[in-house]
Design a binder for this molecule. Structure first.
Ligand code: FAD
Length: 354
């Protein structure tokens, strides 16, 4: 059996793409290595999103609860599971794609169960947060120091009174710092300067303003996109440096060296630690894609969702078309665009076959 399209990954992007293919009566399958919603389930327990519920809904299915309020990661996981159920999406969970090759004008996918699946097109929806970046300077730490990564950390494994350094001041790093501050001695190493606007402005979610003003959907290459890329703003107004300092977090500069149990920061400050939590961002896992020219050291190559290989598409990437691309609110726009590319490709295949 040969599918029109196989979607790899059942996160928010993969699920909406599946719904779109189903509505177009395409013969499709979604392959998911875990369970639907697992990516969100495993993110920091109790962590709140910085987008309110009204900006966490996928097309065709309301996100339950107060639309002005901010959901937890568990709520998003439950929402995605219900989304898949509601639209009866054709998903095969607990199936990891281990290899994709090009063959017979299409692709052959091999999974960890040993299955070989043929498809005319592939939609890569594996997300841009597959592997945590751990800087090589971590190798300088002695094994007396416990090391964790922000993506899967269980804060219960951090003992009261520990001296903990959190490296990376994005959404996870800042929330972890705030959660641990009451029972540990916490430092937060910050990288580039970033702006941390409030979540709400004049009573409305900042994303309401950003979409009304066209900022969040401003295309790649525009002046707005250049400013956003440079400042990398995150609406974490509840976790600014001043607010974290008030709850006892020490704000440090960039980490420059690790020696046994001592960390050194860019301003020369040194600190002894019992644990380090790496919240230093993510990188692609392209190990399964055996097609030349489709990925490099920075991850998957794509332009507006089109990879360099005909029939292979990418969704759910940072800056695929705009700042919203990696957020739930950006899924509809990017997937709708990629769907037109998939349909065009399927028509082309048909013409070649006939
Ligand atoms: C800490 C953090 C906080 C965030 N906060 C927000 C927020 O407040 N609001 C917001 O809108 N967005 C937020 N985001 C961004 C988030 O929306 C995206 O990262 C989102 O998860 C990407 O969705 P996706 O569907 O593209 O990919 P993912 O959700 O990453 O889904 C990819 C899926 O692919 C599967 N997969 C991967 N490799 C394979 C393989 N080889 N075979 C089969 N399956 C595979 C994975 O198991 C996973 O289920 C946050 C992200 C992070 C990391």
């Amino acid at each position: 059996m040969r599918y029109d399209s196989v979607i790899i990954g059942a996160g928010q992007s993969g699920l909406y793409a599946a719904k779109a293919l189903a509505e177009k009566n395409k013969h499709y399958l979604v392959l998911e290595r875990d369970e639907v919603g697992q990516q969100w389930q495993q993110r920091l327990n109790g962590m709140q999103l910085f987008t309110s519920r009204r900006f966490c809904a996928l097309p065709g299915f309301v996100f339950p609860g107060d639309p002005q309020g901010y959901p937890t990661t568990e709520e998003v996981a439950a929402y995605l599971k219900n989304y898949a159920r509601m639209f009866k999406l054709n998903i095969q969970p607990r199936t990891r794609v281990v290899s994709v090759i090009q063959e017979k004008g299409g692709f052959i996918i091999t999974t960890d169960t040993g299955a070989r699946i043929e498809t005319k097109t592939i939609i890569n929806a594996t997300g841009s947060n597959q592997q945590v970046n751990i800087p090589s300077l971590s190798e300088g730490l002695s094994n007396q120091v416990q090391q964790f990564t922000a993506d899967v950390i269980n804060l219960g494994s951090i003992k009261d009174g520990w001296r903990v350094a959190i490296i990376g001041d994005g959404a996870s790093g800042r929330q972890i710092a705030a959660q641990l501050a009451s029972r540990c001695s916490v430092s937060l190493a910050c990288g580039q300067r970033r702006s941390l606007p409030p979540n709400r402005v004049l009573g409305k979610d900042i994303f309401w303003w950003l979409s009304k003003l066209g900022i969040i959907f401003a295309g790649n290459g525009t002046l707005v996109s250049k400013v956003l890329k440079k400042r990398n703003p995150l609406p974490l107004g509840n976790y600014t440096n001043n607010k974290l300092k008030k709850v006892g977090v020490t704000i440090c500069q960039r980490l420059t060296e690790c020696q046994e149990t001592t960390l050194q920061f860019a301003n020369g400050h040194q600190q002894q630690v019992d644990a380090v939590i790496w919240a230093t961002g993510y990188q692609d896992d392209a190990s399964w894609l055996h097609i030349e020219g489709c990925h490099d050291e920075n991850g998957f190559i794509q332009q507006n969702g089109q990879s360099p290989t005909e029939g292979l598409f990418v969704i759910g990437r940072k800056w695929l078309s705009c700042r919203a691309s990696e957020l739930i609110m950006g899924v509809e726009r990017d997937v709708d665009h990629v769907m037109t590319l998939v349909e065009r490709q399927l028509l082309k295949n048909q013409e070649v076959e006939s």
